[in-house]
Write a protein that binds this ligand. Structure first.
Ligand code: PLP
Length: 376
């Protein structure tokens, strides 16, 4: 038996999304830019997928762009904005605990003549609202802070961040990859967030890998970062993958048709957390967090070695931070949250999808506890 507790990394493809994609690929191959019937059918299918997202987000059809991933959506939002910015503001604020697809834009931003200021996070990974007035000032062109942290699960105080950005006339992008399509069981629209740009990724909610989307409020300055043909209204060149777009739209439909989805994730998460040995210290004991997330530290343990042992016992979990050459980098999120380098190597993320039952979550906790005992 394998237990999957890494839904923040990716989710299984929903069977209906797979069916829709397979049906399309068996029947069609047209290029959505072609003028003949095959191309027109591809265009119509692509438009349908755009429309599904636009309806869900409560925005205009033309405000949704498909990209090749959540990473590409966030890159386009930040770098595309930096290229197009018509003002003389040359500071961009990024969340210190944001995903690398946001934080690693810092190199290019420097080359484009921008300075980056980091929005600090507290010990639970939540953006420090008290620090915002000194960080988001009148020289800031864009603020990019995620909606919910992929590693710790912490939900960010986006309303306060947006309010401070608006007070100084800055634009706002949020990486909503972990919080889409619902937060605590409720769908949200882009107007609920009040931001200018939102990034998402299909494979985090039962859709296929290799497709993401960016919402761009009409009038937001943006230059393409992938240039060529005029696809996606000149904002993202490259022949569109219609099957992936259909799969993403179907995964969205399926998620919205299952309103208990987040509640099931939460029930499994809570059952797991309650059965876990107290030697695992919860990283987010008080701040609001995502329903499926449980992040802990195991003092004295190296997370990568522990995760390898868990894998052997049949449990898929992660540290939530990058592995390179088989060894775990200290988590930049835990470091930004004020942990030492050693502590930042002890983080373990268990993230639950809606398919996991309470019984399975409890059995998983028993296994994890056993591995921890054997680990010393
Ligand atoms: N942003 C967050 C918060 C994520 O968790 C991830 C994926 O782990 C991404 C962006 C990147 O999405 P993709 O895998 O589609 O590039």
């Amino acid at each position: 038996m394998r237990y999957y507790a890494d839904s923040a990394a990716t989710t299984p493809l929903h069977p209906e999304a797979r069916r829709v994609m397979d049906e399309w690929n068996q029947r069609e191959f047209g290029n959505a830019s072609s003028l003949y019937a095959e191309g027109r059918r591809a265009r119509a299918a692509l438009d349908e997928a755009h429309e599904a997202l636009a309806q869900h987000w409560g925005c205009l059809f033309g405000e949704v762009l498909f990209t090749g991933s959540g990473t590409e959506a966030a890159n386009l939002a930040i770098l595309g904005f930096a290229l197009a910015n018509p003002t003389d503001r040359r500071t961009i604020v990024l969340g210190a605990g944001d995903h690398h697809c946001v934080t690693h834009t810092v190199g290019w931003l420097g080359r484009l003549g921008y300075q980056v200021r980091w929005a600090p996070i507290d010990h639970e990974g939540r953006t420090r609202v008290d620090a915002l007035p000194a960080i988001i000032t009148e020289d800031v062109a864009l603020v990019s802070v995620m909606m919910a942290n992929n590693e710790l699960g912490t939900i960010q105080p986006l309303a306060e961040i947006v309010a401070q950005a608006r007070a100084v006339g800055a634009h706002v992008h949020t990486d909503a990859v972990q919080a889409f399509p619902t937060l605590h069981g409720s769908p949200w629209t882009v107007d609920d967030l009040g931001v200018d740009m939102v990034s998402i990724s299909a494979h985090k909610f039962g859709g296929p890998k290799g497709i993401g989307a960016l919402y761009v409020r009409g009038g937001t300055p943006l230059e393409p970062v992938v240039v060529g043909g005029g696809q996606e209204r000149d904002m993202r060149a490259g022949t569109e993958n219609v099957a992936l777009a259909l799969g993403m739209a179907e995964a969205l439909r399926q998620a919205l048709a299952d309103p208990e989805r987040d509640a099931r994730r939460r029930a499994a998460r809570d059952a797991f957390a309650a059965a876990l040995d107290p030697k695992f210290i919860p990283t987010v004991p008080a701040a609001p967090r995502l329903d499926g997330h449980h992040h802990v530290r195991l003092p004295g343990a190296d997370a990568s070695a522990f995760l390898i042992r868990l894998d052997r016992e049949g449990v898929c979990a992660s540290s939530g931070s990058a592995c390179s050459s088989g060894s775990l980098e200290p988590s930049h999120v835990l470091m930004a949250a004020g942990y030492s380098e050693e502590e930042a190597r002890q983080g373990l993320r268990f993230s639950f999808g809606p398919e996991i039952t309470i019984d399975q979550a409890q059995s998983m906790a028993t296994l994890v506890n056993r591995v921890a005992t054997a680990f010393g």
